[in-house]
Structures are given as structure tokens and as C-alpha cells.
Design a protein around this ligand. Sequence first.
Ligand code: ADP
Length: 215
Amino acid sequence: MNIILLGPPGAGKGTQARFLVEERGMVQLSTGDMLRAAKDSGTEMGNRVADVMARGELVTDEIVIGLIREQLEANPTKSYIFDGFPRTLAQAVALKDLLGEMGQSLNAVVEIQVEDEALVARIAGRATCAGCGEVYNDTSKPIPADGKCENCGSTEFKRRPDDNEDSLRTRLMEYYKKTSPLTGYYFAFDLLKSVNGMADLPEVKRQIADVLSDA
Ligand code: ADP
């Protein structure tokens, strides 16, 4: 089964992708994580995209499609969750072609719907455990008082350079201009399933399981 998690920054795509990886053995392909890894390891491409990402703009289609192609070609038979990809119509068409070349297809596109105001609050206070990737939020889920991750005990937490209010506005703008039209595109392919991302995490997880059960 291959699925896309679609939704604005802060919708909870990464968190729900982690649940699906744990419970179904699917493989998460997050272009955001791949780009951050390239930046952290100082590759030539990583250096090129760092500023674009920090501003909250989209990296070129060519770069992200190349990253996804590499992963799919290395492991053509896994079950994939695409998280943060595709973000443009050109990326959506490229994904369809890539999957087609491997005799695969998409089973569902899960749109996580969240109100704009909630997105700003969720992202502005976000921190991630450096050890295991658990996501914390200054207001809704603060880092425990003893400074240790509740999941793995690590004391190191990371904040993303693009999780500030200016970059977030740009990220939202990019989402509405370039990514949200994909809901219409996938609706037309009869692949679009929407869940309520304003609900709590277990409920969103349940709704996703529900829409996937008949995908
Ligand atoms: P979020 O969904 O929280 O905004 P991501 O981790 O998915 O964040 O992406 C972070 C940044 O990486 C984006 O703002 C953009 O600069 C870049 N990026 C990630 N995926 C893509 C993509 N598919 N196309 C273009 N740029 C991307």
C-alpha cells in the first residue's frame, strides 16, 4: 500500500506517519527530513537548499523528485508513506510516473485538515527530541520538567530554524498557492480521503485507520 499524507505545515503529518511506521511496517519518506539531513551533513545540495528552507520557500521540484526517485529505486517493493511530498502538481505527476515505472500505484491520499490559527500555535512552539524524534510543544505538550524525553530519556531537543513566525507565514502561503490544489487533483482520481486534524492524536490515528481500511 502506498499513501500520501497531505496537509499544511503543523497538520501532524510526521506524527501520524510515525504511528503508521510502527504499526504497519510502512516506510516513511519525508522530503523535509531528507533535505535537513543533506543540510546537516553539509553536502553541496544541502548547502544550496539551506537558505530556501529557512525562509520557508519550496526547494526546486528537480531536487525533491531526485531524492524520492533514489529511495524508490533502491527499494521498489516497500509500502510507502509520502510525507511532505508531493507539494506541487509537477511533483504529483512525477510521483505517478515513478510509481508506474515500478508497477506500483497510490492507494490513498489522506488530507489532514486543520484550522489556520491552530497551525501557527502548534509550530511556533515546536521542539523535537534529538534522540528519537518525539515532538513537543511549549503549550500543548511541554518538554518534561526534568528535561528528559518521556520516550527515550534524551536531554537534547532541537528547534527548526524555519519554525518561526515569518517563515511559517511563507510556508503557509506556499502551501495554499502550490500544494492545496493537489486536493482537487487527487479528488479527481478518487483517491482523496479527509480526516479531522483538529481532533486529538489517537482520534486522528483512528480516523486514518478507518479511511485506509477501504483504500
Ligand atoms: P513542514 O511540513 O513542517 O513545513 P517539512 O519538514 O515537510 O515541513 O519541509 C520543510 C521544508 O523543506 C519546506 O518548507 C521546504 O523548504 C522543503 N521541502 C520539503 N519537502 C519539499 C517538497 N516536496 N518540495 C519542495 N520543498 C520541500
